[in-house]
Design a protein around this ligand. Structure first.
Ligand code: SF4
Length: 571
């Protein structure tokens, strides 16, 4: 193994730079994902980009800057960045929550390295590509949901071996400062070309002598869950989703989902199960590819005989056969489904056309087939949803727990801080009773700095104001916490910790509100500053393992001998 200098650094910024220094009460928006409010989990696409570029002769190193800042309050990001001198930096701007972090980290990079180009990609970058190029720190935006080929071509431009007009999907500044938008012509119909991303990830740790920077999220080292991508795109069209079929058609020119071959998915599961016994999350509902695709993928994975927990997503109810096949194929399988509301009429407004009978039939079949844990997600801040409706959803969780027992694990949380750009709600807010509050990229970036997460929210509905959404969120979270404790899903100690954190957050938000009412801006700033230590402590209380979102390891975290074998190419 040769230690190498990267030609490209793929860098994941925190949602807000520098989240460690601003005074903001942490929101519960990241409670339903492995990340903290810094949203340090980078898109899985980073590892595919890295693998593809390295396969084509471009040394590519992944740096999760958000994670580095999170693990060490004293981590000096500018000093760290100043030591990186690649030919280009690539930043993901996939989720809009990163608007401020992307712009600010890019600005710092440009200040330190004025001659190193900065390339952005991701759904949000695709939507805001022209606006992004109004910022002097951004040089290129690669649009679309599959950027491996255009990014390689962009690197050839930077090597002087191609010209920018040859790069598909690229938006860039011409010499005279005008913005040029190349056609969105690279939209692969299949994903056969995606390579061995986990082998790349393991090798790159040694190749760049850096085991800290590529970690996916804050406690990944003790809980090395992995993800296996099954497809890009979606057959469904959920109103709030930037990855929905209509959003991807509009933004990325994708007419139908592109699937990875079942053999590649089974290969990934096989490789991962050789180096860890941690859970493996399959991203995307296998049913989207049709019955044969789903069954074939399950069959090939079962031949690998993984002992890891395999976690499957259901975008819609499945036939009984699907669950039975999972049950007969794997020792440990788990499921996730998001009905979003207990009320089928609200669910239908979101674009989900199944009723509670279908949902409950699926839950019953899944548990009968041996599903170890079935996560059911409900959201707050939906069209047609009132405070009473949210609390009825919690009652419905109680009903589900009574009927199905503690293998069913319900969650509730705010939909998102921002409506995804390009999704149906974003395109037609009036139709759904939504009022969009932020418009420009700068609006989103500034909103992310709000001390109160109510002011960060980018929308409200005809039925609930932003304050209503905040208030009912804590009511619902407290009720669900008590319900889970009563049903044995949470230990009394964990439930008490959760409750204290939620109540402390509500108290702190009240203090922030009182300060925001002060007439003098200077006084507001000084008073807010006094709360910074409390905000920091509250943020750190979120760095607890999210046990409710975890699945067990079935053995040792890492199989070091096999990692060595993978490095040597013997596996
Ligand atoms: S929320 Fe899920 S099922 Fe709905 S459109 Fe998005 S990716 Fe598809």
């Amino acid at each position: 193994m040769v230690f190498a200098k990267p030609e490209l650094v793929l860098l994941h910024p925190p949602s807000v730079y520098d989240f460690r220094k601003i005074t903001a009460v942490p929101s519960p928006i990241s409670d339903l994902v492995p990340s903290t409010p810094a949203f340090e989990l980078y898109p899985i696409g980073f590892t595919f980009l890295g693998e593809y570029l390295e396969r084509n002769g471009i040394n590519t190193r992944i740096v999760n800057l958000a994670q580095r800042m999170l693990e060490d309050e004293g981590f000096d990001a500018p000093s760290f960045l100043s030591k990186l001198r690649p030919r280009a930096f690539g930043l993901d701007f996939h989720w809009l929550t990163h608007a401020q972090g992307v712009l600010e980290v890019s600005r710092i990079l440009k200040e330190i390295h004025p001659d190193i180009p900065i390339i952005l990609g991701g759904y949000s970058a695709t939507f805001f590509h022209r606006e992004l190029l109004n910022y002097p720190q951004i040089d290129y935006v690669i649009r679309g949901d599959s950027t491996e080929v255009p990014l390689l071509k962009t690197m050839e431009v930077l090597r002087g071996a191609a010209s920018p007009e040859e790069v598909p999907n690229l938006t860039y500044r011409e010499g005279d400062g005008s913005i040029r938008e190349n056609p969105l012509s690279y939209v692969p119909a299949g994903l056969e070309y995606l390579g061995d991303n986990y082998r790349y990830a393991i090798r790159s740790v040694f190749k760049y002598r850096d085991w800290k920077s590529p970690r996916a999220f804050w406690n990944w080292w003790s809980y090395p869950i992995t993800m296996v991508l099954t497809c890009r795109g979606c057959t469904r069209d959920c109103g709030f989703c930037g990855g929905s079929s209509s959003a991807l058609l509009e933004l990325c020119g994708r007419r139908q989902p592109a699937f990875r071959p079942p053999e590649r998915i089974a290969y990934d599961v096989s490789l991962i199960s050789k180096f860890t016994t941690a859970p493996i999350f399959l991203v995307g509902d296998l049913q989207q590819g049709g019955r044969d695709y789903a069954m074939n993928t399950i069959e090939l994975m079962s031949q690998v005989d993984p002992k890891n927990h395999l976690v499957f997503e259901l975008f819609s109810p499945a036939p009984r056969e699907f669950f039975d096949r999972l049950g007969s194929s794997f020792d440990n399988f788990d499921l996730q489904i998001s009905p979003d509301s207990h009320d089928p009429e609200i669910r239908e407004l979101l674009g989900k056309d199944y009723d509670n009978d279908e949902l409950e039939r699926n839950i019953g079949w899944a548990l009968e087939a041996g599903c170890k844990k079935l996560d059911v997600f409900f959201m707050i801040g939906l069209p047609g949803q009132t405070r009473d409706s949210v609390l009825e959803t919690v009652d419905y969780c109680a009903y589900l727990l009574r009927n199905f027992g503690p293998r069913l694990n319900p969650f509730i949380g705010p939909l998102a801080p921002f409506i995804d750009p390009g999704c149906p709600f974003f395109r037609q807010p009036d139709k759904y009773g939504i009022r969009l509050i932020h418009r420009t990229l700068e609006d989103y970036a500034q909103a992310a700095l709000s001390p109160h997460w109510r002011d960060m929210l980018g929308y409200e509905t005809r039925w609930m104001s932003r304050q209503d959404i905040v208030d009912v969120t804590y009511e619902a979270l407290l009720e669900l916490n008590a319900l889970k404790s009563k049903n044995g899903l949470l230990s009394p100690k964990r439930a008490a910790l959760n409750e204290r954190r939620l109540r402390d957050t509500v108290s702190l938000l009240k203090l922030v509100d009182d300060i925001l009412e002060l007439p003098d801006a200077g006084m507001r700033r000084r008073e807010l500053e006094k709360l910074s230590e409390e905000c920091r402590r509250l943020r750190q209380r979120l760095y607890l393992p999210k046990e409710e979102l975890m699945w067990p390891l079935t053995g040792s975290r890492f199989r070091m001998l096999n990692i060595l074998r993978i490095l040597m190419g013997w596996i």
